[in-house]
Design a protein. Structure first.
Length: 363
């Protein structure tokens, strides 16, 4: 009977890690150094990458030599990249070809390099993060709502990962300035990348900073996904599971908060321009939303008033939004939770113009 896929991945991970740990310390350090170089090339999108295999590996207590002419390996080329090739796909196939070599030493060395590269991506290339717990909101699948700790301290006494350490160049030698993260940020995996609190308030100076934080979180998950693409069994690594859980929940939560912030900005801009009489020649809107399938911000475009000499009336926004809500509700290209939050943004837009007497003052 074939093992369950999850069981197979766990067993493959266990065996491969045991084989790596059975290598002499000098071989392990050599593989780690080469894996760092290999992983960096895959993550940075280089056209090609070089790495070296060790001269010997240990298998079942026996030392096997790796052929000298096979130790230096190159994956990818500029021509392949120009033709649309993906270095990560090439690397996976290159290692797979080496692993079926008739030379057992070469095959084992390639298997160890695959493991070392994926392991370094998960363990060495990414910040540790905090132990967190997220709740799954009703009707959703991704845990993204931080669970509040009733015993959470509100004082300035912080753990190392509760604060950011700053030291200006002019103050070198005068000690370090400890800047605690606010409680709302400390409930997340990496507080330094939290841009919005639990009320949607901006915790950073600019929206550009918030978008930069989102990009950092996306890159974090990209590296984890690259590790799995190279060595699928790494999903059985406890650290991989912890980091993916912590960062996925944070990214989804903060991506949705960024979308809400943009929606409020769109509403404020419409009010301001309407008060200035600048919307009497048509109005098209772009509403940013977070797609939790692709883990990225996307844009929802629609026309409120066709181009032409038509006086702006708030009811036009209400009518247009109503039509778009019907389309979004039936759009199966979006996940149910993505549709839910896009519909909430549209509802906020509708509510802001449903009663003309409740218009906000021009900002």
């Amino acid at each position: 009977m074939n093992p369950h896929p999850e069981q197979y991945l766990h067993e493959t991970y266990r065996q491969t890690r045991a084989m790596f740990e059975a290598q002499p310390a000098i071989v392990q350090r050599f593989l780690e150094a080469q894996a760092n170089q290999f992983a960096a090339g895959l993550i940075e999108g280089s056209s090609h990458v070089h790495f070296m295999l060790p001269d010997r590996v240990v298998v079942d207590g026996a030392s096997l030599e790796v052929p000298g002419n096979a130790r230096r390996q190159t994956v990818g080329s500029l021509r392949e990249r120009l033709l649309g090739g993906d270095l990560r796909v090439s690397a996976r196939q290159h290692l797979a070809d080496l692993e079926v070599s008739s030379d057992r030493g070469l095959a084992v060395a390639a298997s160890l390099m695959r493991f070392a590269c994926a392991f370094q991506m998960v363990h060495a290339m990414l910040p540790e993060g905090r132990r967190v717990a997220y709740a799954v909101l009703e009707g959703e699948e991704i845990p993204s709502e931080p669970v509040r700790d009733e015993l959470e301290p509100e004082s300035a006494i912080t753990a190392v990962n509760d604060a950011v350490v700053e030291e200006a160049r002019a103050e070198e030698g005068r000690g370090q300035l400890i800047v605690p993260f606010v409680p709302a940020a400390r409930r997340f995996f990496l507080p330094q990348w939290v841009a919005f609190d639990d009320q949607g308030g901006l915790l950073v100076n600019t929206i550009e900073e918030a978008e930069a934080h989102l990009a950092s979180m996306q890159r974090y998950l990209f590296i984890l996904h690259a590790a799995v693409a190279l060595a699928p069994y790494v999903v059985a690594d406890e650290e991989y599971g912890r980091k993916r859980y912590g960062m996925l929940g944070q990214l989804v939560n903060q991506g949705r908060a960024l979308a809400r912030y943009h929606t409020d900005q769109v509403i404020a801009t419409i009010h301001r321009r309407a008060a200035a009489g600048e919307l009497n020649r048509g109005l098209s809107l772009t509403l940013p939303f977070f797609d939790d399938q692709h883990l990225e911000m996307r844009r929802f475009n629609f026309v409120v008033i066709p181009a032409g000499r038509i006086m702006f009336v708030p009811a036009f926004v209400v009518r247009a939004v109503g039509e778009e809500q019907g389309k979004v509700a039936q759009d199966t290209r979006l996940s149910p939770s993505t549709r839910k939050y896009l519909l909430l943004s549209l509802a906020a837009l509708e509510a802001a113009f449903d009663n003309p007497s409740s218009r906000r003052p021009a900002a």
